[in-house]
Design a protein around this ligand. Structure first.
Ligand code: GLN
Length: 484
């Protein structure tokens, strides 16, 4: 087995028993990045020097008997999380040369655990998109089929994990951006409950929906990363001061006594028959493992996409107002007036999808339309949340596909934004309700990955991990590697 194909817990064993060093592990990841990047484009920045110096420190730490679970493990951080002294671009021309003076809390936490950052993950510009094609730099390719998208917006993070450029990654999820690329790349992706993980230092897209989470090779690794990043942060007033459990305690191999609901609205029209078959087989497997599975109806699901495309752009239009060329980022200087400078900064700094969102949001919030759109969307948001809450009175978790389709071809949906928006139909309701969700490998259709999504009540990440782990241990999907 290649070093770069190991999981966190496998590498940890080898590091701790000093069979390998973090320097070796890191070199192997960096060499692999060197070989892969010209076809994959998963990274915006490779941080080789930093990685090697962090690896050296990690080795010293291990030598001193301080082998914490993530010490010495290579990671990719999505490029919308601030890294002190390392360019953080959001895959936008607006921030192409932005070097943050501070670390995001998650980065700070991972650093204190001793991780090794090998690079910053490519993404859709400002996390707006479902394919990583909205990156201002280049699209990332899917390691399972290089002519297909890896999903988005955390496409670089997911592709990097799947292709062996890193052992784990962080992504962010506003409407599916961790889970959908996890599904498309056959890795594990967990979006925590809103408030579980600090957003301090995450470049804001839609603040009431954004949440950071892990992309990993298996469920155990997801639990390990959650142990490191979850918890209250005085720097983020929306982070919740609920104690952080040891998530690895949730990893048990059976599902006896668990009640799982299958919401029929997630088996939408336009769902590929192959995806449906994979899901049917996965559900049978969950029953075999001892779960009681029943169908359930969540009728408000059909409003989720409309609600999201009012709320997310509204918040984005406010959050992105700060990019005016004055404080930081790209600044168009060659003009006579301040207003023209701001105009041109935004004209050249933002790509088309970001501009579309800003226009949608500004419109929805403008006087006369606010009540009809934004306020109405907030009301329906409450309904969707209540419907989930009712479902969780009967069920411990819900099972759905992560996406209605397998990864699509690069270019297939770029001309039609509405088609692109539809690829998140299964993941968006989760963010609207603030509940946690995970996507795990569940099978393949003609060699292309299919993800299964598991949802649960707020702060029940342990339930997600439990269901995910039992399924993973009973199947082999997570062991398949793309041939790149
Ligand atoms: N694809 C959705 C969007 O474009 C969700 C993106 C995300 O979760 N960041 O907004």
């Amino acid at each position: 087995m290649n070093l770069y194909d190991l999981t966190i817990h496998q590498s940890h064993q080898l590091l701790k028993s000093r069979q390998i060093s973090s320097i070796e592990l890191t070199r192997s990841a960096l060499d692999h990045i060197d070989r892969m990047e010209n076809k994959l484009h998963a990274l915006v920045t490779v941080t080789a020097d930093l990685a090697l110096s962090q690896a050296q420190k990690a080795d010293e730490r291990i030598k001193n008997g301080d082998a914490t679970p993530l010490v010495g493990i290579p990671a990719i951080i999505k490029d919308n999380m601030c890294t002190r002294g390392i360019r953080t671009t959001c895959s936008s021309r607006m921030l192409q040369n932005f070097i943050p003076p501070y670390n995001a809390t998650v980065v700070e936490k991972l650093n204190s655990e001793g991780i090794v950052m090998v690079g910053k993950g490519n993404m859709d510009e400002f996390a707006m998109g479902s394919s990583t094609e909205n990156s201002a730099f280049y699209p990332t390719r899917n390691p399972w089929a290089l002519d297909r998208v890896p999903g988005g917006s955390s496409g670089g993070s997911a592709a990097g994990v799947a292709a062996g450029e890193t052992i784990f990654a962080l992504g962010s999820d506003t409407g599916g951006s961790i889970r959908q690329p996890a599904g498309f790349c056959s890795v594990v992706g967990l979006k925590p409950t809103y408030g579980r993980v600090s957003r301090y230092g995450l470049v804001a897209f839609a603040s009431s929906l954004d949440q950071i989470g892990p992309l990993t090779r298996d469920v155990t690794d997801a639990a390990l990363v959650m142990n490191a990043i979850a918890g209250h942060d005085p720097q983020d007033s929306t982070s919740v001061s609920q104690p952080v459990p040891d998530y690895t305690q949730a990893l048990t191999p059976h599902l006896k006594g668990l009640r799982l609901g299958v919401p029929k609205e997630y088996f939408v029209e336009g769902m590929q028959p192959g995806v449906k078959q994979v899901m049917q087989a996965a559900i049978l497997k969950l029953e075999e493992l001892g779960a009681v599975v029943e169908e359930i109806s969540l009728p408000s699901t059909k409003y989720a996409l409309a609600v999201y495309y009012i709320i997310a752009p509204s918040e984005a239009s406010a959050n992105l107002a700060r990019y005016n060329g004055v404080k930081y980022g790209f600044s168009f200087q060659d003009t006579d007036s301040m207003w023209e400078a701001m105009d041109k900064t935004r004209q050249y700094g933002f790509g088309p999808e970001v501009k579309r969102r800003i226009m949608l949001g500004t419109y929805a919030l403008s006087s006369g339309y606010y009540d009809a759109y934004y306020l109405k969307a907030q009301k329906v948001r409450t309904l969707i949340g209540m419907e989930f809450a009712r479902a969780f009175e009967r069920f411990d978790a819900l099972i759905t596909p992560t996406s209605p389709t397998v990864p699509f071809k690069i270019g297939e949906k770029t001309e039609n934004p509405l088609q692109m928006y539809l690829s998140d139909i299964c993941t968006i309701p989760t963010n609207i309700a603030g509940i946690p969700g995970i996507s795990i490998p569940a099978g393949f259709v003609d060699g292309l990955p299919v993800g299964m999504q598991i949802l649960s009540r707020p702060f029940a990440e342990e339930t997600l991990l439990r269901v995910a782990y039992a399924y993973e241990q009973a199947t082999e999907w997570h062991k398949r590697k793309p041939d790149v």
